[in-house]
Design a protein around this ligand. Structure first.
Ligand code: PLP
Length: 464
């Protein structure tokens, strides 16, 4: 029998003390932070599951590598170490470091997308979507329908629906589609993987039309792990081999290295052709930095080169995915409506099912984040109408996204399985008292940043 609780394949060498603020502090800081998790101070949070982005713990090898940082403006050794890691692991010859994932998005969409263009995708992540809009283009979601059935257990709910993609490609002229992008794993859809077979089919469709295929590869290693576990034809391949096959499908990738690549800051674009590299170069230099550092210090490039090699360690990946699954399974067992199957980096809870008596326009996912903080000083985040609603330009009406999710993202190598037990207990306690949660939220002030309301929203509770 497989152990449900997999012990950590690492031990602590340095610790960071945590403390649990008392109930009256929690009540007070909810008010002063306008009920927005992004406004909380981290010192007022016990377990911070706001995001798995840049919040992981680096290894001793990564810290040691940082001492080798070559801080030369151009042509630093550290850049060539990074480039070598990308070439060996991912197979791309041209590498552009960026300060983080959205820097890579800015470079790519700013350079390649024009007003009026469409970008077919499985689903865009929030900053990706915002960057596509910023370029005057529109993302077109082509994810499989299963992605919108939170209770349905299917192995590859991040897959592109090839029929939908075909339709989008048929409905738009080739010159209006600068690229196709597939997010692995599909963060906005619950950290769900994309199968290798699906990636290969997307690649064939893209190539047949001469459209470049990009991967948004923030969680490429977790995706490779799921492929190994769930795609029968890949069960005998190593995660590194699967990763390489995933990459073989793509013409280029954008990466937030703050996720699977195990660094606290960094991103990259990697391309197969020199032509594409030079298309992206001007914007990189203008907004990120010179092509050999892209807004990062030499030491960051070293830590990243090392993190890329560590992310495919199968003992690490096995524990990583098991730890997140362990939290999700505990919640499922007590009836909490968890998005199934549990994703690679986070447990997503269906907030509409958890708090069915709170209408979507009162942001139930964000009410849930307040209640979980109130219960146990745990910070998660609402990813529902507040984060993703769109305004119908003709009627002014707000259109909510299909899913109203609350996310508990697990930082890499930072928290123990015992911490997951505590989270499960606190969320279960909120679930037990769910019917007594009789308020919703309204915006005290409209967001000045379209598409990114959740980051800056000031909220007020309204009694229901
Ligand atoms: C985090 C993330 C990004 C953006 O990266 P940042 O490093 O936060 O700027 C883009 N795409 C996906 C899928 C992500 O998870």
């Amino acid at each position: 029998m497989k152990p449900r609780l997999m012990p950590e394949p690492f031990r602590s060498k340095m610790i960071e003390p945590l403390s649990l603020p008392c109930r009256s502090t929690r009540e007070a800081v909810l008010k002063t932070s306008q009920y927005n998790m992004f406004q909380l101070k981290s010192r007022d949070v016990y377990l911070d599951l706001l995001t798995d982005s840049g919040t992981g713990a680096m290894s001793k090898e990564q810290w040691a590598a940082m001492m080798n940082g070559d801080e030369a403006y151009a042509g630093a050794n550290s850049f060539f170490n990074l480039k070598k890691a990308v070439q060996e692991l991912l197979g791309f010859d041209h590498v552009i470091p960026t300060h983080q994932g959205r820097g890579a998005e800015h470079v790519v969409f700013g350079s390649l997308a024009q007003p009026g263009d469409v970008i077919p995708m499985n689903m865009p992540f929030d900053t990706t979507r915002a960057h596509i809009f910023h370029a005057g283009a529109r993302p077109l979601s082509c994810v499989v329908d299963e992605a919108f059935q939170p209770g349905l257990d299917a192995p590859f709910k991040g897959n592109v629906d090839l029929g939908k993609l075909e339709l989008v490609l048929a409905q738009h002229p080739r010159q209006r589609i600068p690229l196709i992008m597939v997010t692995v794993t599909n963060n906005s859809g619950g950290g769900q993987p994309v199968s290798l077979e699906n990636l290969q089919a997307c690649a064939r469709m893209a190539r047949a039309r001469g459209i470049p295929l990009f991967l948004d590869a923030a969680r490429m290693a977790e995706n490779a792990w799921f492929i190994q576990q769930r795609e029968p034809s890949c069960k005998d391949l190593s995660c590194a081999q699967i990763l390489r096959r995933m990459m073989d499908c793509a013409d280029a990738i954008t990466v937030s290295c703050k996720k699977d690549a195990l660094v606290n800051i960094g991103g990259l674009v990697a391309t197969r052709t020199e032509a594409l590299y030079y298309q992206l170069a001007p914007r990189t230099i203008l907004f990120e930095g010179y092509l050999s550092y892209g807004g990062l210090a030499g030491r960051d490039l070293e830590a990243l080169a090392c993190g890329l090699r560590e992310m495919v360690d199968e003992e690490y990946l096995a524990h990583r995915v098991a730890q997140v699954g362990y939290l999700g399974d505990q919640l499922s067992e007590v009836g909490v409506p968890v998005l199934r199957p549990v994703g690679g980096h986070a447990v997503f809870i269906d907030a509409s099912a958890f708090l069915p008596h709170i209408p979507r326009r009162y942001y139930p996912a964000d009410v849930l984040s307040i209640e979980v903080y109130r219960e146990g000083a745990i910070r998660g985040v609402g990813l529902g109408a507040l984060a993703f609603e769109e305004t119908d330009l003709s009627t002014g009406e707000k259109i909510p996204p299909q899913l109203e999710l609350y996310r508990l993202a697990v930082p890499r190598r930072a928290y123990s399985n015992h911490h997951m037990d505590y989270v499960a207990q606190m969320v279960a306690a909120v679930y037990q008292r769910r019917n007594s949660i009789r308020y919703g939220l309204k915006l005290a002030r409209e967001s000045p940043v379209p598409g990114l309301a959740h980051f800056v929203a000031q909220l007020e509770p309204v009694e229901l």
